[in-house]
Design a protein around this ligand. Structure first.
Ligand SMILES: Cc1cc2nc3c(=O)[nH]c(=O)nc-3n(C[C@H](O)[C@H](O)[C@H](O)COP(=O)(O)OP(=O)(O)OC[C@H]3O[C@@H](n4cnc5c(N)ncnc54)[C@H](O)[C@@H]3O)c2cc1C
Length: 538
């Protein structure tokens, strides 16, 4: 990095699904690659998804067969290439009229047919009795029956760090808490990127406005790296980077907010998920078992303000509680919500519509006169294809020596490195195995579990041990309490109050690992607690 003669083939800005995917693609083709992320990997939208690896049943209803087919192919590839963080999840669509039963069964059979050999299980028509048997939480009122179909599920932040490991395995350099703050140009073409260290000189607690790491005042160092081409993969921050390149550049993104409520599994028993394709006000509603809890979502609300920690609107919370209560015959209140998490979709503007649910979920690629390649839109499920398209274009504009994409069958992950380190540490010091918090996984209700090998167990929560925090700092680029409790372990998303309780213990372990002073450790705990308050529904 300090070698002034070093020129990266490709610098990728943004460490979410798209940028980490692009880093894997570029590095595995043999290009000298640098990935920079201003916070922790997947801090943005990529840790705030509904956790579905899906073709998008909804887009089928909109007639977008090409998008669905492409996403289903990517779904199949991802489940094969990253089996340790993905799984198959059975969904039930309850139907309240014979017409709906016909309509949705045809649609979901087509959905399955479009997945071809990569099908995760056959779509089945269910009687009213069977529907209630496998989805006991469902409100039986006016229920006619149901349709069972299969989609993929994953741990988004875990997949993101696994992409980082994959990129590094193939020679990429990666820097988190590093922000692209300017471009160096020659004859209008980008030849370098100016980078700023967002944690500051002390190494803790100073990223601007990003959450638990935010709010300090230490000096932030800057440096310039030289490159042949740049990929802008910054999600809802796309326009800021476009305008950093050219203040007059057209904006692309029409951000849409989606929130999720996490509730205890006792309110929604079993391992099957609920999918309402169209609520009475035309929205989609999911209730999906995940990591021992249940994720209820989502909403689709246009927002003008872009923030690394977006806040839920009161009406979004009410919408989800009301609709969950109605479809599940429950009486949940705000007090039953263990955590609320909010993400911003980087939807791409379209002429003639301002309704975000009508905007395409396909991705968009733009090459600027400065030869920067911008890629945005799309979804997690299609990150690999987005990365392939972005790198193909970067190769072209950067006049790089051609090398084909190899990611279709590339195994994703650290190939057991973190697990091995954990075992070695425990072998030397058995106290490392001490449990800080038991697993969030609740009892699986065997009576309602489908007789299927498809149930997604790969991404269940596991107990948090001392060694997990140590390994996260040594192997997984963790630099703050938030990094661990929000993304290496998903406790902030699963139960914000429990995460607050655990913060001091995690901070003490990180203090030793990262060499924090007592004051820095205290700052870490305080800023995490402040952030976690935003995940509690008050
Ligand atoms: C509510 C919701 C539910 C969703 N559910 C699903 C789902 O179930 N399945 C699915 O497939 N998709 C889903 N999606 C879509 C999916 O999550 C997104 O398409 C995807 O995560 C976008 O990834 P990204 O890398 O483009 O953006 P991001 O994840 O936002 O990453 C961009 C990164 O760039 C960084 N950055 C910005 N500016 C700079 C800079 N100057 N320097 C350095 N770094 C910078 C940011 O900090 C950020 O981490 C959902 C989206 C939302 C909002």
């Amino acid at each position: 990095m300090n070698d002034l003669n070093l020129i990266y083939d490709i610098v990728i800005i943004g460490g979410g699904a798209t940028g980490c995917g692009a880093a894997v693609d570029a590095a595995s083709r043999g290009y000298k690659t640098l990935l920079v992320e201003q916070y922790y990997f997947a801090k943005g939208t990529s840790s705030r998804s509904t956790k579905l690896v899906h073709g998008g049943v909804r887009y089928l209803a909109q007639g977008n067969i090409k998008l669905v087919r492409e996403a289903l192919a990517e779904r199949g590839r991802l489940l094969k290439n990253a089996p340790h963080v993905t799984g198959s999840q059975p969904f039930v669509v309850p139907v309240f009229s014979l017409w709906d039963k016909f309509y949705y069964s045809v649609g979901l059979k087509v959905y399955d047919i479009l997945s071809g050999k990569l099908s995760l299980g056959k779509t089945q028509l269910l009687s009213r009795k069977k529907t209630l048997e496998i989805l006991p939480a469902l409100n039986p009122n006016k229920l006619v029956g149901g349709i069972l179909y299969f989609d993929g599920q994953f741990n988004d932040a875990e997949l993101c760090i696994d992409l980082v490991h994959t990129a590094v395995r193939h020679g990429a350099e990666v820097l988190n808490y590093t922000k692209a703050v300017g471009f160096i140009k020659e004859k209008g073409v980008i030849v370098g990127v100016e980078l700023e260290d967002t944690l500051g000189a002390g190494g803790v607690g100073v990223a601007d406005g990003g959450g638990a790491a935010g709010g300090g005042s230490q000096a932030k160092s800057r440096r310039v790296v030289r490159c042949k081409t740049v990929i802008n993969a910054t999600g809802v921050f796309t326009d800021a980077v476009l305008q950093m390149d050219d203040p007059h550049a057209d904006t692309l993104v029409y951000p849409s907010q989606g929130i999720h409520l996490v509730i205890d599994a006792k309110h929604f028993k079993g391992t099957n998920a609920l999918m309402i394709p169209k609520t009475d006000d035309g929205r989609v509603l999911f209730a999906v078992p995940w990591q021992g809890k249940v994720v209820v979502g989502t909403t689709d609300t246009h927002v003008d303000h872009i923030d690394a920690e977006p806040l839920p609107l009161a009406e979004e919370i009410i919408f989800l509680l009301d609709h969950f209560n109605r479809y599940c015959n429950a009486q949940l209140t705000k007090q039953d919500v263990l955590s609320v998490f909010v993400g911003l979709r980087p939807l791409v503007k379209a002429a003639g519509t301002t309704v975000s649910s009508m905007l395409s979920r396909d991705h968009t690629l733009v090459v600027s006169p400065s030869k920067m390649v911008t890629i945005t839109g799309g979804k997690w499920t299609t990150y690999r294809k987005m990365a392939e398209d972005a790198v193909n274009n970067a190769v072209f504009v950067g006049k790089l020596e051609g090398a084909g994409c190899v990611t279709k069958e590339l195994p994703i992950g650290d190939l057991g490195a973190a697990k091995k380190l954990a075992e070695q540490l425990i072998a030397v010091d058995p106290a490392m195995a001490a449990i800080l918090m038991p697993a969030a996984v609740s009892q699986v209700d065997v009576a309602t579990e489908l007789p299927t090998a498809n149930a997604a167990h790969a991404h269940e929560a596991s107990a948090i041990r001392v060694v997990d925090v140590v390994v996260a700092a040594r192997c997984n680029y963790v630099k703050t309490v938030e990094d661990f409790l929000a993304r290496r372990n998903r406790l902030l998303f699963l139960d914000a109050r429990a995460a607050i309780e655990l913060a001091p213990a995690v901070a003490n372990i990180l203090q030793k690992e990262l060499g924090w002073s007592d004051a820095q450790t205290e700052t870490q705990v305080q800023s995490f607690v402040q952030l976690a308050q935003q995940y509690i529904v008050h």
